[in-house]
Write a protein that binds this ligand. Structure first.
Ligand code: ATR
Length: 273
């Protein structure tokens, strides 16, 4: 009898998650027999939901907002990149029943930027907006690309400073508030704030982009996000949302769980269509 392995994404809210579709397309493409469901789980019931899922034969999980820090604290073992980011988006149990945690967000973003979009980050001036969990997951992988400078700007400046201290050994990282950005210029601006959830924008000065500069929103939506629209208005060479990152981080999780890397290009194209 063939066995169907069960995976899921936990988060709140979860209704509009594209992850079940993405993993179904990966499974079809690679001939893997899995089911992948979305479960509305908040922090208060995370432990219980995890136990119930495991008892029912669950093999692995993705965690999204607001559970990534909690997943980090719950895992028995962490990958190096999860340890560094302080957040976990991918969980799985080993044969001994230990729960492993990884963070595939950073590598997913990098694959989208460098492979899908063909960008070079080395020697570039990069700005990250936001200093929450989403920002923390991408700073290490971005610094590993050896940018000329990486600036983290946040509404609450102390949070940006704390991140700059945490990642100081990894490269040229500076912290500031939004008003201090005036007069600075960047090749790439990444929006890792949650402002887009309310269709808002951080208060950004005009003229932040160097000619041909790129805007990238870690969020995505069926319509262009407020930040993507801002980038277009600022004359960006390219202004895109994070759908590619979403598919790439999912592919990395799929690889962890199933030992096979799906071809992401057709899946991104299908979701865009
Ligand atoms: P996540 O895990 O999604 O990053 P988070 O840890 O709550 O969520 O962080 C949300 C980020 O979005 C923070 O950088 C937050 O700024 P503060 O640290 O000052 O709270 C930022 N953010 C949320 N709403 C914002 C808004 N309307 N304008 C600017 N920044 C906003």
């Amino acid at each position: 009898m063939s066995r169907i392995d069960h995976y899921a994404i936990f988060g709140h809210p979860i209704g509009h998650s594209k992850s079940p579709l993405i993993h179904r397309l990966f499974a079809e493409q690679t001939g893997q027999s899995i089911v992948y469901t979305a479960q509305d789980v908040g922090p208060d019931c995370f432990d219980t939901a995890l136990r119930v899922f495991r008892a029912g034969g669950g093999m692995g999980l993705n965690c999204t907002v607001p559970l990534k820090e909690l997943a980090f604290r719950t895992a028995d073992r962490l990958t190096e990149r999860a340890e560094l980011s302080g957040a976990v988006n991918t969980l799985w149990w080993d044969e001994g029943g230990r729960l492993h945690g990884d963070n595939t967000d950073g590598v997913g973003l990098l694959r989208d930027l460098t492979v899908n979009l063909g960008l070079t980050l080395s020697g570039r001036r990069i700005l990250v907006l936001g200093a929450g969990g989403a920002a923390r997951g991408i700073l290490g992988p971005l610094l590993a690309q050896r940018p000329a400078v990486l600036v983290v700007a946040n509404r609450t400046v102390s949070r940006a400073r704390e991140l700059a201290r945490r990642f100081a050994d990894l490269g040229p990282l500076r912290a500031c508030g939004f008003t201090e950005l005036a007069g600075q210029r960047f090749d790439l601006i990444l929006n890792a704030t949650a402002a887009g959830l309310e269709n808002q924008l951080p208060p950004l000065p005009a003229g932040l982009l160097l000619p041909g500069g790129v805007c990238y929103d870690l969020m995505y939506g069926d319509q262009p996000t407020a930040f993507v629209r801002w980038g277009i208005g600022q004359g960006a060479g390219l202004s895109v949302d994070g759908l590619g990152m979403l598919v790439e981080q999912a592919a990395e999780a799929f690889l962890r769980w199933r030992g096979v890397r799906p071809d992401t290009g057709p899946v991104i194209a299908r979701l865009r269509a």
